[in-house]
Design a binder for this molecule. Structure first.
Ligand code: SF4
Ligand code: SF4
Length: 472
């Protein structure tokens, strides 16, 4: 197989030989300080670096150079994302699954967990609970099951979610994380008004992928790896990729992840909207110690920093799998979205006990959304409940071009402050509300465009009067 990032064939755009050759090149150059310095200098232009260059930065063990990378990652983060952090929550619809993924407790052969699929009434109750916390953005999750969770069920569920308006609450953006599917089904998801389509590759190493997915449709490596191409062909231009770090040697997967981003950018003119960085963690029937490649916090932080440098325009997501300590560190280095108050089980927002029984993975950060918002404010961040872009048609390359021209801050900053103001008015505890008011008074001055700033000030007054859903 030859390496061709414009190919639609999985083994050509994620090319095993190219990854091996990159690893060899990295091994030969990892002590070459001058070369590493030159890549860091190149990356300072904030236009990204390729998978070879990024792999070399990740392989570097020189403390001084790593600190340079961390410092650059922090600057890039500040330049494109400021101190805003977008908030979301996962919503699990069903844990019925016909796949055999060995790292996931929902795998078909696990008889020790109760199987549960939410009815539309139960989904409505979960959404009411999420809206009552203040969430506006969800990531919908479901196992793969042709009869229990067909596409019609997913589409109906999306409709239900968008229809629920509890008090002043509303879910304004539903991102969807379901199994690889057909172009036709992706088109249906697009028509249903989804935000981002998210699918994790788990590992890009074909042989290991096949060993980790011994049964079920997900065992088809090429079909899974080419899913984002079909999603793009189905009209979904915001896609989210990720690997489950700890399944394969992290360096191999890191290179594969960037090759995937390069492929999407080269072929469709738009790289991934987001990259998620989950790490394998404990769950029912899953012991992470059985996975030989589990990565340390230090390597995890290094990965986040180099990703920030390599793909400055791609949002980065970290979940409640990570502890508060690790989340605080990676927020500085590049993460731009986090979940808060999450339940990683089917029905977990309305039935606490279900969270114990059917959770997909153990949550390390168990704080409430209000606690996380307060914590982010204390760390100097602006928690944002913004969902504006896809509702304003700013998706795919249109979104990317605004971001690349540095224009997006004129949308993100006021939208963050206005949605945070809504949160303060409708959901925050008194202590958090006071912190938000102080922050807004200061941060409103950081909206670059004067006219937009003036309109945002007026909108903030309107929000205090009870009006909602202003956006730029
Ligand atoms: Fe099913 Fe997804 Fe779990 Fe695999 S990772 S067993 S596809 S729910
Ligand atoms: Fe995200 Fe767009 Fe809102 Fe900025 S304006 S936070 S890019 S949805």
């Amino acid at each position: 197989m030859k390496y061709d990032k414009l190919s639609s064939v999985a083994d050509e755009f994620i090319n095993h030989e190219e990854i091996l050759s990159t690893l060899e090149w990295v091994e030969a150059n990892k002590e070459n300080k001058a070369l590493i310095e030159s890549i860091i200098t190149k990356a300072e232009k904030c236009e990204g670096i390729d998978h070879r260059e990024a792999a070399l930065l990740l392989a570097c063990t020189d403390k001084e150079l790593i600190e340079k990378m961390f410092s650059l990652a922090r600057r890039i983060k500040q330049k494109f994302y400021g101190n805003r952090i977008v908030m979301f929550a996962p919503l699990y619809l069903s844990n019925h699954c016909i796949n055999g993924c060995v790292y996931c407790p929902y795998h078909a052969k696990n008889r020790s967990i109760p199987r549960k699929k939410l009815t539309q009434e139960e989904i409505a109750a979960e959404v009411i609970a999420l809206e009552a916390m203040g969430h506006k953005r969800l990531a919908l999750e479901a196992g793969e099951h042709p009869t229990m969770n067909p596409i019609e069920y997913i589409l109906e569920s999306i409709k239900t979610i968008y229809s629920i308006k509890e008090g002043k609450g509303a879910i304004r953006r539903v991102n969807v994380n379901i199994a690889a599917t057909t172009v036709e089904n992706y088109r249906k998801l697009k028509e249903a008004g989804i935000g981002t389509y998210i699918l994790f590759q788990e590992t890009y190493h074909r042989a290991d992928y096949e060993a980790l997915h011994p049964t079920g449709p997900k065992s088809d490596y090429a079909y899974h790896t080419e899913a984002m191409d079909r999603a793009m062909q189905g009209g979904i231009d915001d896609v989210g990729i990720g690997v489950l770090f700890g399944l394969e040697r992290y360096m191999y997967d890191f290179i594969g992840l960037l090759m995937h981003a390069e492929h999407l950018e080269a072929k469709y003119g738009c790289g991934p909207h987001t990259i998620s960085v989950p790490r394998i963690c404990p769950a029912d029937d899953i012991n992470p110690d059985e996975f030989a490649n589990v990565i340390s916090d230090e390597i995890f932080e290094h990965i986040v920093a180099v990703l920030r440098i390599a793909v400055p325009y791609t949002g980065m997501i970290v979940s409640t799998r990570e502890s508060a300590k690790v989340r605080a560190k990676v927020l500085q280095l590049g993460v731009s979205q986090i979940s808060g108050g999450s339940r990683t089980s089917v029905g977990g927002y309305t039935h606490e006990e279900r969270d114990e029984e059917t959770t997909q993975f153990d949550v390390s950060d168990r704080r409430s959304l209000d606690e996380i918002v307060g914590w982010l404010l204390d760390l100097g961040y602006i928690p944002s409940f913004c969902t504006a872009c896809y509702r304003e048609g700013r998706t795919g390359d249109r979104f990317m071009s605004l971001l690349k021209r540095g224009q997006i801050a004129n949308c993100c900053q006021p939208n963050a402050l206005m949605t945070l103001k809504e949160y303060a008015e409708d959901y925050a505890s008194p202590a958090v509300k006071t912190k938000i008011e102080t922050l807004i008074a200061k941060e409103i001055n950081n909206v670059p465009n004067i006219k937009i700033r003036e309109r945002a000030v007026e909108n903030l007054k309107q929000i205090a009067l009870g009006n909602r859903d202003f956006r730029f």
